[in-house]
Design a protein around this ligand. Structure first.
Ligand code: GCV
Length: 679
C-alpha cells in the first residue's frame, strides 16, 4: 500500500536561500551517513541543489568553485562540542555551515532542524546564513519514546489508522515503510520505540526467542541508523509460557535463572536492544502480586537480568483493581497508582524507570496530573501520554493534544517544597532535572498504522509530530509546534495556516465541551470507547463512575469522600479539596456538585452542561465550514479525507450533545434557560 511522506513531504521552493553545494561528512558511523543522506535529499527536493560530497573543506578552494559554501557535519571532540547525547549546534563560520552534534544523533537532529527551517521558510534560516544566529539545542528529555500497542496478528489495540506496519500474521515486517517510519520518528526527535503491545499474549511472548531474534536484530540495526533504540514489551509470565516453569515468582531462583539466561540469549542476538516495557498486575496481566511480592521485587528481578547489557526496565504504574463493585464509594481507582507505588519509592534498581500515565485514571479528555509525580522522589520516572485518541475522538474527531500535554508538563507539583521556590513541574521531574536522573523522559502511545496517511485523520499526524517535538524541547509552545507541522506538511501558504492553525489549537477545547466538560469523563460506550453513553460504565466493574443522581453529579474525592485529594502536596491538596478553589475544568473530577451550584461565570452547573454541549456541537460545525475554505488549496484527496472526517465529527458531536443534555434534563428535571430542544 502506498503512503504519504507526512511532514517530510518536501516541496520545491525557489525563494529558499541555500548557498551551498558541497557536503563534508566528518568521522562517524551509520547515523552520520543517514544524516548526510537526509540533507542531500532535502537540498535536492527543496532547493534543487545537488550536494556533492567532499572529503575536506579545503577541497572547495582547491578546485576553484567560488560563491557556494560547504555544509560540514561533525561530532567535535574538543571541550567546545555540543553538550551531550542528541545536542547540536548549527553555525556559520567563514562560509562553512557547521552542523555539530554531541554525538551522531545530535548531528541527525541538527540536519532535521535545518531542513525544518527550510520547509517552514523560517526567518531563522536567513539569520543563520548571515552569521547572526548560532542555533543550539539540547534534548529536554533523555528518553523520547513511542509505545506501539501492535499485536503480532497485525491488529493494533486502540489503533485508529489501519493495521500494524510492524507485524502481520505473526511475522515481523521490515521494509521501506519501516525505514520511513524511523525517518519520521527521528526527524521529530524520537529516540526509543516499543514495537509491541503492552498486553503481551500468544506469539508476542515468543518475541524473545530464536523465532524472532534474527529479524529483531535487523530491525534494531535499522532503527539504530536513525538513533532509535528498539524496546519490546515483555510477558511477566514468560518463564511459565516459554520454559514450562510452574511459577513466575520474582523471588524464585529458577525464575531468576530463566531471565538471566534469556537475557544472555536476547542480548547476544540484539546487542543494542534498549530494554523492556512491562505491564504487570494490570487488567488481567500476570505480575508479582500473585506471589505476594511487590512491584519492586518484580521490576528489580528483570533489571538485574538486563543490567550486564545496559538494558532498562520500564515498569508501568497503571495498576488498579478492575473488578470493583460500583456500589462501593470508598474504593477509588484514581488513588490506586499512588497507593501501590508510593510505598516503594527508593526501592527500585537504577535501571528501572516507572512509567506513569499523565492522569490517575486513563487518558480521559481531561484529568488532573497523577499525584505520583508529586510524591516519588527517589525513583526514575517517565510520563506516559496517549497520542492514539482512544478517549479523544479516535482520530475521527480532530483533537490536537499538544496543548493538553503542555499543561501536564507545566503542572507544578510542589515536590520541591510548599513555598513553590523550586523548579518542580512535571517537566522538571521527567527530564531528570529535579532529582538529577538520567533514566527518565516521556512516552506516548503511538497513533500510527498502515493507513496511507499514517494516522487515519490527516490532522492527527500533528500529534505524532507534536509529541516528538515536545519531548525533545518542552520549551516549545503548542502553537509553535502546530505552525511547524502545518508548514512542513502542507507548505507555507498563508491561507492554509490561517485555517488550520485555529482548528488545531481550538480542537481539544471543542472536543471537551461536547463530550466531557468539567472533568467528568467516561461517558463512552464500553469496550470500544467511541461515542456517547452516559451510563456506559456507571454500573460496571472498572472504577469509572460519574455518580449522577437527581441532585447533582461528579465524584467526591475530597477527604470526606475517597480521600484522593490528600495524595497531592500542599497547596495543591487544599486547592482541589475546596469546591471554590478547585479549577473548574476539573470540578466534577473532585466533587459531587449540585445542579444549582453557581460556577464562576454565574451560570448554574446544569446550565453550563447544556450550554457547553450546544456550543461544542456548534463549534464542531464551524470547523467544518472553515475547512471548506481550503477546497482549492489542498490536494483533492487530502482535502476530501479531512472534510469527510470533519463532517462526521460535526454530525457526531450533535449525537453527543443530545444524548448528554437529554440525560441530564431527565435526571435533574431542570429545563434549559434558553429553551433549546432537549429530547
Ligand atoms: C493496552 C486502557 C486501554 C487498554 C490498554 C490499557 C493500558 O485500559 O483501554 O486498551 O491496554 O489502558 O494502558 O494498559
Amino acid at each position: 500500500m502506498g503512503y504519504t511522506k507526512a511532514w517530510l513531504n518536501y516541496k520545491r521552493s525557489d525563494s529558499i536561500r541555500f548557498p551551498f553545494d558541497a557536503l563534508r561528512v566528518g568521522a562517524g558511523g551509520t547515523i552520520m551517513e543517514r544524516a548526510a543522506g537526509e540533507l542531500a535529499l532535502a537540498a535536492g527536493e527543496i532547493a534543487g541543489t545537488a550536494l556533492r560530497r567532499i572529503a575536506d573543506i579545503a577541497e572547495t578552494e582547491q578546485d576553484g568553485s567560488k560563491g557556494k559554501g560547504v555544509i560540514s557535519l561533525e561530532v567535535p571532540e574538543d571541550a567546545d562540542a555540543p553538550d551531550g547525547a542528541g545536542a547540536f549546534r548549527i553555525s556559520l563560520e567563514e562560509g562553512v555551515l557547521r552542523i555539530q552534534g554531541g554525538d551522531e544523533s545530535g548531528v541527525l537532529y541538527g540536519v532535521f532542524e535545518l531542513i525544518r527551517l527550510m520547509q517552514t521558510a523560517s526567518p531563522n534560516l536567513s539569520r543563520l546564513l548571515s552569521g547572526k544566529l548560532i542555533l543550539e539545542k539540547k534534548p529536554s528529555n533523555p528518553l523520547r519514546m513511542l509505545n506501539h500497542w501492535d499485536n503480532l496478528d497485525g491488529s493494533i489495540e486502540r489503533g485508529y489508522a489501519g493495521n500494524s506496519f510492524f507485524f502481520e500474521k505473526e511475522r515481523l515486517l521490515l521494509g521501506e515503510r519501516t525505514r520511513d517510519y524511523a525517518r519520521l520518528a527521528a526527524s521529530a526527535g524520537i529516540n526509543a520505540v516499543v514495537i509491541n503491545n503492552v498486553n503481551v499474549r500468544g506469539a508476542a511472548t515468543w518475541l524473545i526467542t530464536e523465532r524472532y531474534l534474527p529479524q529483531l536484530a535487523a530491525l534494531s540495526q535499522l532503527f539504530g541508523e536513525y538513533g532509535i533504540a528498539l524496546y519490546l514489551s515483555l510477558n511477566f509470565a514468560a518463564p511459565m509460557e516459554l520454559a514450562g516453569l510452574d511459577t513466575c515468582d520474582p523471588l524464585d531462583e529458577r525464575v531468576q535463572e530463566f531471565w538471566k539466561r534469556k537475557m544472555l540469549e536476547v542480548y547476544a542476538a540484539v546487542p543494542d536492544l534498549g530494554g523492556f516495557l512491562v505491564k504487570a498486575d494490570s487488567e488481567g496481566r500476570p505480575g508479582p502480586f500473585t506471589y505476594g511480592r511487590n512491584h519492586a521485587d518484580g521490576a528489580n528481578m528483570l533489571a538485574e537480568a538486563v543490567s550486564p547489557y545496559g538494558g532498562k526496565i520500564i515498569w508501568r504504574c497503571f495498576v488498579y483493581n478492575c473488578s470493583q463493585d460500583w456500589r462501593d464509594r470508598k474504593t477509588d481507582r484514581a488513588r490506586a497508582g499512588y497507593d501501590n507505588f508510593m510505598p516503594l519509592d527508593g526501592r527500585f534498581s537504577d535501571n528501572v524507570i516507572l512509567q506513569i500515565k499523565n492522569g490517575p485514571m486513563d487518558f480521559q479528555v481531561r484529568e488532573p496530573v497523577s499525584p505520583l509525580f508529586s510524591g516519588l522522589r527517589a525513583t526514575n520516572q517517565m510520563l506516559e501520554v496517549q497520542a492514539a485518541q482512544e478517549y479523544t475522538g479516535q482520530q475521527r474527531h480532530l483533537c490536537y493534544l499538544v496543548p493538553m500535554w503542555k499543561e501536564i508538563l507545566d503542572f507544578k507539583t510542589y515536590a520541591g517544597g510548599e513555598d513553590g521556590a523550586a523548579a518542580d513541574t512535571v517537566a522538571d521531574i521527567v527530564s531528570g532535572r529535579l532529582y538529577e536522573q538520567t533514566d527518565c523522559g516521556m512516552a506516548a502511545v503511538a497513533n500510527t498504522g498502515n493507513d496511507e496517511n499514517w494516522t487515519g485523520h490527516d490532522l492527527a499526524a500533528a500529534n505524532f509530530y507534536g509529541f516528538g517535538r515536545l519531548a525533545f524541547d518542552t520549551g516549545l509552545s503548542a502553537e509553535e509546534i502546530a505552525r511547524e507541522w502545518i508548514a512542513c506538511t502542507f507548505g507555507t501558504n498563508a491561507e492554509i495556516m490561517k485555517v488550520l492553525l485555529p482548528m488545531l489549537m481550538d480542537s481539544w477545547s471543542i472536543y471537551e465541551s461536547y463530550t466531557s466538560p468539567l472533568g467528568i469523563g467516561w461517558m463512552v460506550n464500553p469496550s470500544h470507547h467511541y461515542g456517547p453513553n452516559v451510563d456506559g460504565y456507571e454500573y460496571d466493574r472498572w472504577g469509572t463512575y460519574h455518580r449522577s443522581d437527581c441532585h447533582g453529579m461528579g465524584v467526591d474525592r475530597t477527604t470526606e469522600g475517597t480521600g484522593y485529594t490528600a495524595q497531592y502536596n500542599e497547596p495543591n491538596a487544599s486547592m482541589y479539596e475546596a469546591m471554590e478553589t478547585c479549577p473548574e475544568e476539573l470540578l466534577l473530577f473532585f466533587h459531587h456538585v449540585p445542579y444549582q451550584y453557581r460556577l464562576k461565570s454565574g451560570k448554574t452547573l446544569i446550565q453550563h452542561i447544556y450550554d457547553s454541549h450546544f456550543e461544542g456541537a456548534m463549534r464542531a460545525q464551524e470547523m467544518l465550514e472553515q475547512f471548506r475554505r481550503l477546497d482549492k488549496f489542498l490536494e483533492p484527496e487530502v482535502y476530501e479525507r479531512i472534510r469527510a472526517r470533519l463532517k462526521h465529527q460535526s454530525d457526531h458531536s450533535k449525537e453527543w450533545r443530545d444524548r448528554i443534555n437529554t440525560y441530564y434534563f431527565r435526571m435533574s428535571g431542570i429545563p434549559d434557560e434558553k429553551g433549546r430542544t432537549i429530547y
